[in-house]
Design a binder for this molecule. Structure first.
Ligand SMILES: *[C@@H]1O[C@H](CO)[C@@H](O)[C@H](O)[C@H]1NC(C)=O
Ligand SMILES: *[C@@H]1O[C@H](CO)[C@@H](O)[C@H](O)[C@H]1NC(C)=O
Ligand SMILES: *[C@@H]1O[C@H](CO)[C@@H](O)[C@H](O)[C@H]1NC(C)=O
Ligand SMILES: *[C@@H]1O[C@H](CO)[C@@H](O)[C@H](O)[C@H]1NC(C)=O
Length: 542
């Protein structure tokens, strides 16, 4: 919850969190590692479980980390991956697609009740919806500094590979702040001095970029199996551009610096390009509502009138006329309800701003009080804009007493259900950024991976696997397809066609053990879903 975030205080102890020293704010997954032994290197390294809370966490150190290898299904077969409350983590099973009995269809025609109501999920690849842009995590100062502070090079590598590597979650997106954020150890921006420097003559990146964020991003890019799309957001510009002259608190951009602030973005993209890092997209600013509501941490407020003017007269034309004209411009970058103001109202007031905006970025903290249909409606109203999720975290709610709940299966389920819900309501692209916790600041949030610096180990939370059930198996440009449930109770699911022409179904079973038949093109996979499990099934129906 946004109100909880803020204050730049280095804090490493808290009585509620006796277990760990730092949290790395990236999310999840496995690492790549050499697949060592076993035939054709197809054997995954299993989870090294440690019992916590309702479920288990998986422990990684410098010499061991569990991983998951995606096994492409042979024609006419499927491969499933199961994680469960009881402790399964990406347990892999294979099976053959069975011909759906002709007689069965006859029975259905005849209206024989048993056959008709046979529980199943039927995929319809003729009905297509949005494309997947990708899944990823945040490289903030906190995440990068914590990662740099790991002493063991192999542990650092295991962490990167867990998120980005071939035997990890294969993340293909990164979100990163432009300058400082609430996940930093100090408040800062670029070109802080000299003041009033409209030409930004003294623009340089910060020590955090050079020493931590850039090295971490380079490692991630090197480990990744696909091009990583980096989305960057400003939390606060230099204070001399703001009427408040402060990083936090309510503020607006001084109109005299509207053009300078647009050029600030170009300078940033250019500075990263000089480091050989390509910025794929920028947002119009992290959570403007935070500032409007009092600004508990670095932020910049906007009225719809001023933002529309700035985008149409400054940011848009400046980016499009620059060498970086293909960089995507994402609006909103705030909670779901703010789509109504930072996009709909703004575009009404400044229609010319719309042509510069490629997509809409949304955060998830207020999802519980905003229906997902707001996403659907937005996508229908602006069919040429894509929607991406740029922030998500668990444990951020004021009622979550345990900010980090080791072994929490419930949070894994929240993730899975939210992702399924979002995917079903966004007829456009999606990227997810599961924010882990910061190591400073008092707004502890949970993370998919928690690092224990003193023990030189990290643990993968159930949430890591929840993210992985989507991220790993839904490559960029996978397309959501229609899927109909007949007779299955207690199941949430979503289905896709991948660019490799396989079908991927992600299911959450909140009920007892049950069997699900997944039908495609007259054949079916018969998959066992254990009680309280998240299961990904990849089918090859060729
Ligand atoms: C790392 O973990 C593995 C598997 O649990 C264990 O066998 C090994 O001793 C650990 N290594 C270190 C250095 O702690
Ligand atoms: C430029 O910025 C650096 C800090 O990034 C500062 O040390 C230096 O004094 C600045 N130069 C001028 C001319 O203000
Ligand atoms: C920057 O501009 C503000 C507002 O015009 C002014 O008060 C301040 O003295 C200026 N600072 C410098 C270093 O010129
Ligand atoms: C960027 O890449 C070029 C070409 O590969 C190389 O010559 C240069 O040293 C790199 N620069 C940095 C800062 O890594």
């Amino acid at each position: 919850m946004i109100e909880l975030r803020g204050s730049v205080v280095e804090t490493t102890t808290d009585h509620k969190m006796p277990y760990y020293r730092f949290i790395v704010k990236l999310t999840t997954i496995f690492f790549i590692g050499f697949t060592s032994d076993f035939t054709a290197g197809q054997q995954d390294r299993p989870c090294e479980p440690r019992k916590f809370g309702e479920s288990v966490v998986c422990v990684c150190n410098s010499t061991y980390c569990d991983d998951v290898i995606r096994l492409p299904p042979e024609p006419g077969t499927y491969v499933s991956y199961t994680s469960s409350l009881a402790g399964l983590r990406f347990k892999k099973d294979k099976g053959t697609l069975e011909q759906v009995d002709e007689d069965t269809s006859m029975f259905e025609f005849a209206g024989i009740k048993d056959k008709l109501t046979e529980p199943k999920i039927e995929l319809d690849c003729a009905k297509k919806y949005q494309k997947i842009e990708g899944f990823g995590g945040s490289v903030t100062d906190s995440a990068a500094i914590n990662w740099m502070n790991l002493k063991e090079p192999c542990l650092k590598e295991n962490l990167i590979n867990s998120f980005f590597g071939k035997n990890g979650l294969e993340y293909n997106m990164i979100r990163t702040p432009i300058g400082g954020s609430d996940f930093s150890t100090r408040e800062y921006s670029y070109n802080e001095i000299p003041e009033n420097d409209t030409l930004l003559r003294n623009f340089t990146l910060a020590i955090e970029d050079f020493d931590s964020k850039i090295p971490m991003m380079k490692e991630a890019i090197a480990a990744a199996t696909d091009e990583i799309h980096i989305v960057s957001s400003v939390w606060s510009p230099p204070v001399w551009m703001k009427n408040s002259h402060e990083y936090s608190g309510f503020s607006l951009l001084i109109e005299e610096y509207f053009q300078t602030y647009a050029e600030y973005y170009v300078k940033y993209i250019e500075a990263y390009a000089a480091e050989n890092i390509t910025i794929w997209g920028i947002t119009t600013g992290n959570e403007p509502l935070t500032s409007v509501m009092g600004g508990r941490f670095n932020s910049l407020g906007w009225t719809t009138e001023l933002m529309g003017k700035w985008i149409s007269q400054n940011l848009g034309p400046t980016i499009r006329k620059s060498k970086y004209r293909n960089v995507k411009i994402l609006a909103v970058d705030d909670q779901r309800p703010t789509i109504l103001i930072w996009f709909n109202k703004m575009v009404q007031e400044h229609p010319e701003a719309e042509k510069y905006i490629d997509g809409i970025a949304v955060h998830w903290y207020l999802d519980k009080i905003t229906p997902p249909s707001i996403l659907k409606h937005t996508a229908e109203t602006y069919p040429d804009k894509f929607l991406i999720g740029t922030e998500a975290c668990s444990g951020a709610n004021p009622t979550d007493v345990m900010k980090v709940a080791l072994g929490s299966w419930k949070r894994a389920v929240d993730y899975a259900k939210d992702i399924i819900e979002d995917l079903q309501n966004e007829p456009s692209n999606l990227c997810l950024d599961s924010q882990g916790g910061p190591n400073w600041a008092k707004n502890y949030v949970d993370a998919t991976v928690i690092v224990f610096h003193e023990d030189e180990e990290f643990v993968k939370q159930p949430m890591y696997y929840a993210m992985g059930h989507f991220a790993k198996f839904l490559p960029r440009n996978s397309v959501r397809i229609d899927a109909t449930n007949t007779g299955l109770i207690g199941i949430d699911y979503v289905a896709f066609e991948t660019p490799g022409k396989t079908y991927v179904v992600v299911l959450y079973n909140g009920a007892l053990d049950q069997t699900v038949k997944i039908r495609i093109d007259g054949r079916e996979a018969i998959v066992e879903l254990p009680a309280e499990s998240i299961v990904t099934v990849e089918l090859n129906s060729i």
